[in-house]
Design a protein around this ligand. Structure first.
Ligand SMILES: [Zn+2]
Length: 67
């Protein structure tokens, strides 16, 4: 039961991440420049990888979040 719940949760997260990535890709294709505030320091992030993680490379290194 617990395993199936966790698997379902994992699938939902993956779907959400895919949706966000597709959305960001489409907007970028249309010439939009996306930025989100870093969840650690609040600095605007424009690098696609940083945007996807909502954390800047500097803060990602400092917090050890290498995901
Ligand atoms: Zn930051």
């Amino acid at each position: 039961m617990v395993v199936s719940y966790l698997t379902q949760l994992h699938d939902q997260l993956d779907a959400d991440e895919r949706r966000e990535r597709d959305l960001l890709t489409e907007l970028a294709d249309r010439g939009f420049r996306i930025s989100v505030p870093c969840r650690v320091c609040g600095q605007a992030l424009v690098d696609p990888r940083s945007v996807a993680r909502h954390i800047g490379p500097h803060c990602a290194r400092r917090s050890g979040d290498a995901k």
